[in-house]
Ligand binder design. Structure first.
Ligand code: MG
Length: 371
């Protein structure tokens, strides 16, 4: 099974409600979708959203990186040589992690298809069921409480509360949500780099002393402020999770060794795909650190791949934050992984199991350029 070329398209899905964090507000998700073609007729699927404020990538940069650098590096390769192809992808260019992730996911999909086995089984197997949390966007307190109660009523047992806009108000937001739903759900906070280290310690001490027990606080300070992460981790009893502070395996080792976080948030779009996500899960296990599998605001193609990895590495990835597909008004991807509220179920079909994608607008020039 040799890689012969690529089709590239764009997939846009409107959101039920605007997604608001300390960094941005968006009303739809939009992915670059890649379909790797082979000489056997098998097609491998991958995708990447543009998250410029996190990875520095745009749809334009992702498409150009794939078309002019990454695809030429692997075109003609036999899918059986998975590790070699992964090395070629990772060495093809500096950074551009989401572009690399889209292609890696498609290659892993093909590799698992070539073995006629679901991807998670190829990665080591596991129970093909996951339970995800749901993100509650930053908003007025009443609206956030209403969203939280609604989520718990819909069966979510963990809620990820976005804060980081205004410290005093954030504390009130968390207390109000905690009072409303903490008997029925775990509460996670994601400050999306919105606080300073001293603000974080003050906020958490106040929350802790008022009886609010959080499952963790995610990325309270700027991603590049590793000293700030360490400062917070040392001073609060709430576990601290690193998101934007870690991308690849090397950064995870450094962060764990400097005790800059208690938990690692793995996202394929930060790691450059599945191979590094696996390494991070294994590294964390060596240090007895747990991970969460997260995703960007993205459609269910990349999130399906993340679900397969989370199942296979469940000993290390003990938390799942893969709610993005359920935030959309439709799921245009047919087959493979089923996203139904809090429940994620992986079907017993080869690879990622994607049968078709509706609403996909193909970019004809990409195909011409790749041939
Ligand atoms: Mg985060």
């Amino acid at each position: 099974m040799k890689i012969t070329g690529i089709d590239i398209g764009k997939l846009r899905v409107p959101l039920h409600t605007p997604f608001k964090t300390a960094l941005r507000t968006v009303e739809h998700m939009e992915d670059v979708v890649v379909i790797l073609n082979t000489d056997t007729g098998h097609r491998g699927y991958g995708s990447a959203p543009a998250t410029a404020v996190i990875t520095g990538e745009t749809h334009g940069s992702i498409i150009e990186a794939i078309r002019t650098v990454i695809l030429p590096a692997i075109k003609g390769e036999d899918v059986q040589n998975l590790n070699h192809i992964v090395d070629l992808i990772q060495a093809s260019m500096f950074k551009n992690y989401s572009a690399k992730a889209a292609i890696e996911v498609a290659v892993y999909d093909l590799f698992a298809q070539s073995l006629n086995t679901p991807l998670y089984e190829v990665l080591g197997g596991g129970e093909p069921f996951l339970s995800t949390d749901l993100t509650i966007s930053v908003d007025y307190i009443d609206k956030m409480v209403e969203d939280a109660v609604d989520a718990v009523d819909r069966g979510f047992e963990a809620l990820k509360i976005k804060v980081g806009k205004d410290l005093r108000l954030d504390i009130e937001r968390v207390k109000a949500i905690y009072a409303a739903v903490s008997d029925r759900a775990l509460i996670r906070l994601d400050a999306n780099q919105g606080w300073t280290s001293k603000q974080t310690v003050a906020a958490l001490r106040e929350l802790e002393s008022s009886g609010v027990e959080l499952e963790f606080i995610e990325q309270p300070v700027r991603g590049d402020d590793l000293e700030g992460m360490k400062y917070v981790t040392e001073r609060v009893s709430t576990p601290v999770m690193a998101d934007e502070s870690t991308f690849g395996p090397k950064e995870v080792i450094e962060l764990i060794q400097m005790r800059g976080a208690d938990i690692i948030n793995i996202k394929l779009m930060k790691t450059g795909g599945i191979s590094n996500a696996i390494k991070i899960a294994d590294i964390a296990a060596v240090f007895d650190v747990k991970c969460m599998m997260g995703c960007m605001l993205e459609t269910s193609i990349g999130v399906s791949a993340a679900a397969h990895v989370a199942v296979a590495k469940a000993h290390s990835i003990t938390r799942v934050d893969l709610d993005s597909p359920s935030l959309g008004t439709i799921n245009p991807v047919v087959g493979g992984v089923k996203f139904d509220g809090a429940e994620i179920t992986i079907a017993n079909v080869p690879g990622l199991g994607i049968e078709s994608i509706s609403e996909l607008s193909m970019m004809s020039f990409e195909k011409a350029a790749a041939c």
